[in-house]
Design a protein around this ligand. Structure first.
Ligand SMILES: [Zn+2]
Length: 68
């Protein structure tokens, strides 16, 4: 029950997609906000997972420093 003052005359709020910096209108229709699309949303999640995996895997990196 929010009073609908003059929202129609205001432009929608614009945010930048964290993935590709595409301006996204912060409206109901932008289902993947703050991302511009489902692709960017899933890509970001995938990048985060692979980053975590890489950190975990790097602990097993062999050290070739055995000659003393
Ligand atoms: Zn994007």
């Amino acid at each position: 029950m929010a009073p609908n003052h003059s929202d129609l005359s205001k432009p929608p709020r614009i945010v930048l997609c964290p993935r590709c910096r595409t301006p996204v209108e912060w409206v109901e229709a932008s289902r993947f906000r703050p991302f511009c699309s489902a692709r960017c949303k899933t890509y970001d999640l995938g990048a985060w997972e692979s980053e975590a995996y890489r950190v975990a895997a790097s602990e097993e990196a062999p050290l070739s420093n055995e000659s003393e």
